[in-house]
Design a protein around this ligand. Sequence first.
Ligand SMILES: [Zn+2]
Length: 344
Amino acid sequence: MPLVSMRQLLDEAARGGYGVGAFNVNNMEQIQAIMEAARETKSPVIVQASRGARSYCQDRFLYHLMLAATELYPEIPTVLHLDHGNSVETCKSAIAMGFTSVMMDGSLMPDGKTPSTFEYNVKATREVVETAHAKGITVEGEIGCLGGIEDGHGAGLDGLSHLTDPEQAVEFVRQTQVDALAIAIGTSHGAYKFTQKPTGETLKMDRLIEIHKRLPNTHLVMHGSSSVPKELQDIINQYGGKLRPTWGVPVEEIQLGIKNGVRKVNVDTDNRLAMTGAIRKVFAEKPEEFDPRSYLKPARDAMKKVVAQRMTQFGQAGHAGDYAPLSLEEMAKRYQGNGKPLAA
Ligand SMILES: [Zn+2]
């Protein structure tokens, strides 16, 4: 099957009461790891690429690898999503290339660093929604600013300085008609999210629950939601790495989010840690090896294991065959009809 709309995946997830992991990719091995994990667990898939990933892969390599994924895994509904589009132009270029979902992150200015105004955010996001929905493409917006910096994107804030205001979130969704909404509840991008296991003071799940109460029909997105497990940190440090002690978002908090409207969960760091740990282990234990496959294969296997675990924990496992994916043309028609393309 061709790449599918993210809106339909998330509508189905809402109907089934589960979340869907969105995993970042930069290369073939990462795409293979995700698709293999999806086949093993029978999960629908969201693969996402940041601007940094698009430039690393020169875009076309990425797109054709994703076409290969749809050919080789025809039973898996697969979305290709743009992570943190910094401008209307970036989103339009992703749509032109064949992405089936885009994030317009208007919470920051196009420099990807400076927090923007609400008015700017609404205007830019609304413009992307108009272009995207006409083609049946899904749009994720963001209100409030996340902490940290990833791939050069982010204001470098701590996670708590620009939390999402629930009232503003309602107004933002009303004015933009986004399909999914990323909210800031204390999480940050990258490995260094929390300096100790997060509490209600640092990870504001109460805020998330309040937003969901006010926007029960909007799919919420948790960014920066790697769990940064100690086992993965330990493997890296055991084989010569130098990670400082750090904590991520515990899986049970993500599961609480999923009970309260979270349908997309962004995970990148955990996969990076798994791959790097596996590569370091081969380098340390078999210094005579020089065939890249000798370390890329274990790296791919390590990422597959983490992805399969998350797919199970988020509840998407077993749901790949629940529904017939709609074409983008059909999605475009539904957006035109009444603005409610709910598959349900
Ligand atoms: Zn993010």
